[in-house]
Write a protein that binds this ligand. Sequence first.
Ligand code: ARG
Length: 243
Amino acid sequence: MSRFLQAVLALVMVLALTARAGEVVVGTNAEFMPFEFTDDDNNIIGYDIDVVHAVARAGGFEVRLHNQSFDTLIEGLESGKLDAVISGMTITEARKEKVDFSEPYYNAAQVIVVQEKTPGFEKIGDVKGKLVGVQLGTTGAGMAEEVMGENNPDLKQFRKYNEVFSELRIGRIDAVVVDLPVARAYVEKIPGIRISSPPMSVEEYGMAVKKGNSELLNKINAGLKAIRESGEYKEITNKWFQN
Ligand code: ARG
């Protein structure tokens, strides 16, 4: 190989590596409409996706999305496979022991969803003794578990909300515990189901990074601040939530 070619090759490799270095691998679980889900062409879209791209533009980094099951996102950060997570993830004390969270970017709450013909289910205590569906590893799963007990076979834990809600639709479970905006999205999509409880918790979503990665966390928080100030955050919120 000529010296010239060698030099060109070396340059290309350096460029490839630096391009990579600016890229942030962001884990999500695209099963959580309208925050992250897939369209008919299998593109990952949603509120969180718009937020993370806007934050990245403002914070000066590039995003590569990685779609995986919700219950593996935190360990993805811990092992270094992921640099960040955006996934409608509630900031909790337990999670804060394992990862660092950004400033909150969205407020949510758990609610119960049942078939329209099912009476009651107005509070979390009402799920006791019933068949309940949740997504594995979520705060909704935790709430149901607190009432029903750990490893209760009546608490059905799924990896996908699509499965949870199709089980509800055909009556194989009595109730679902899920975040309010997601409950609303499914109630709109699936006929014959309703939200039966008021909001039962106060939760805030945050983006997460590996514990101690303050460099990235600072960029994320700076990006969040910038898009709040520029009005872009508001635009994204209005695009996905009509209220
Ligand atoms: N907010 C809930 C939690 O943090 C549910 C999040 C589920 N997100 C998802 N993309 N599946 O546990």
